[in-house]
Design a protein around this ligand. Sequence first.
Ligand SMILES: Cc1cc2nc3c(=O)[nH]c(=O)nc-3n(C[C@H](O)[C@H](O)[C@H](O)COP(=O)(O)OP(=O)(O)OC[C@H]3O[C@@H](n4cnc5c(N)ncnc54)[C@H](O)[C@@H]3O)c2cc1C
Length: 388
Amino acid sequence: MEQLKVIIAGAGLSGLCLAQGLRKSGIDCYVYERDAAFDSRTQGYRIRIDETGQKALSSCLSPALYTTFEKSAAQPAGVYTLDTGMQPLTDKWVDQWIMDEREIPADLKADRHTMRKVLIKGIEDYVFFDSDITGYTVLPDNRVKCLFANGDAREADVLVIANGASSSLIAGCFPGTMLRDTGGVCIYGRVALREKQQLLIGDIIRQGTNVIFDGDMAAIIDVMQFDRAYKNAALPEDYIYWALIGKRSSFGLENDQSLRLAPEILGDCVREGTKRFSPKLNPLFAQTEITAMSIVPVRHSVQGKRFSLSPVTVMGDAIHTMSPAAGLGANTALRDAALLTHSLQQAANGNLQLTEAITHYENQMLEYSAAAIAASERGSKLLYNAGE
Ligand SMILES: Cc1cc2nc3c(=O)[nH]c(=O)nc-3n(C[C@H](O)[C@H](O)[C@H](O)COP(=O)(O)OP(=O)(O)OC[C@H]3O[C@@H](n4cnc5c(N)ncnc54)[C@H](O)[C@@H]3O)c2cc1C
């Protein structure tokens, strides 16, 4: 085969990580992203990157870029399980959590937007925005032709679908894949760590990840402080990240209610969900701007079966959307990127046929991602009695 050419649909965490890995291996690849520009959505939440995610990133990024990623993450710290009065709980634990930041390797607390900025570094010329891939066809010579919303078409040897949850493209290769709504929702937000919020730390919030249990709802509060001595990346302002995850009823929402909520309703949901919390926490939620809050449904992928061998494959949330409860979605997506890089290298070197390389990747990906979905379901059950 002449030099392998890969098209990636989606410049999210997995798409950019894969592009870094392929470019590092000398494979020709191009990323097409639907958003109009890199900054179109700042999706500003924190992501815990565990050992799996760290290994995947370090295999795809250059050593210098991996250091930039590590140094631009917030200071790691342990997990504390608490009741609504902020007293320690000892009987609640999610397997994936790291108890103590001194455990090696500690989870890294990445700011999603900063992490994407690191992931696009050096490959900017190969990432195209305002490029909505709407479909594809497999050509008689087994190449793939990608079709764009603006009428353009581009050919490649491989198309990697990395366009996140609700993928419009997956039906062609994994028909039957769908999202199961668990009936849970996650509301998340952030507030800049200024003087007033600083007072909460130490008094009521611990430096690490605070997990508050309240029956059918739980809250995660994480202090995000960045190493200002590090000058090699544009770091965000320090902030406190919070997420509330629970059954819709905990937020005063009906089961079939649309989540396109008016700002004041979103504010009401937060007040309803946190009403039993220690009043000392009120300033945290009250000082978060409504524009810095989002609400998403908690959904799990039901994975369909592979249709037939083709030069099209898939990774990340497109094939394994899961509850954020166990912090595994991005870590699993990054693992896909590292494994697929390795498999496509084998095809590029002539060690495997292209379809063999894709099968090799997909067999492993389907197995570990099903386990991750199951683990995140267990996490949801522990956090907010999901499914009961
Ligand atoms: C509040 C919250 C907290 C979370 N915390 C964690 C955590 O701590 N740890 C963890 O591991 N995971 C966490 N996750 C999950 C994690 O964010 C996702 O699993 C991860 O972002 C998936 O990466 P991806 O590359 O598959 O998709 P995405 O990052 O969603 O990227 C998909 C990209 O594809 C683009 N796109 C869509 N359609 C098209 C198209 N037709 N053509 C071109 N481009 C397209 C989208 O615009 C987007 O940029 C969290 C999620 C939420 C909501």
